[in-house]
Write a protein of this length. Structure first.
Length: 76
């Protein structure tokens, strides 16, 4: 599935039932044309969303942090 970057940040969490990767072009089409008419524009994987890495509100580029605290009591 291909979606525009604006749509990627607004994706329904249902799509994250699958592994979803976001790929960006590393240069503009003008830069590629300057290198040669029949060249491939290089792309790079910049983000991967899976059911375990995405949570509600975590579909954007900002980091999301998790903290877990457990109290342990040892009796002697």
């Amino acid at each position: 599935m291909l979606v525009a970057i604006g749509s990627f940040l607004k994706l329904d969490s249902g799509i994250v039932k699958y592994k979803v990767g976001r790929i960006e072009q590393l240069e503009t089409s003008d830069q590629a044309k300057a290198r040669g008419a029949n060249t491939i524009i290089p792309r790079k994987l910049v983000q991967v969303l899976t059911p375990s890495t995405a949570s509600e509100g975590n579909l954007g580029p900002d980091p999301v942090h998790l903290l877990a605290i457990k109290e342990v009591c040892y009796l002697s």
